[in-house]
Ligand binder design. Structure first.
Ligand code: FES
Length: 63
């Protein structure tokens, strides 16, 4: 499932980053390129939720 349409980022990609140790909001935003000019900013507003997904605290955004 796509979480970010600007960057084509999937929930699984965020989980994989978490498994690789990218677990804090700043590192995630940097790895995902959410500070790039072609991003709408929606994901940065929801970075805490994305971080929870990376940390395995959220089973699925669909559920
Ligand atoms: S949907 Fe992720 S930055 Fe726009």
């Amino acid at each position: 499932m796509y979480i970010c349409l600007c960057r084509g980022i999937t929930e699984n990609a965020i989980k994989r980053l978490g498994e690789e140790g990218v677990l804090c909001p700043n590192a995630l935003a940097c790895e995902l390129g959410l500070n790039e000019p072609d991003c709408c900013g929606r994901c940065l507003k929801n970075i805490e939720r994305l971080t929870a997904i990376a940390q395995g605290q959220v089973r699925s955004v669909a559920g």
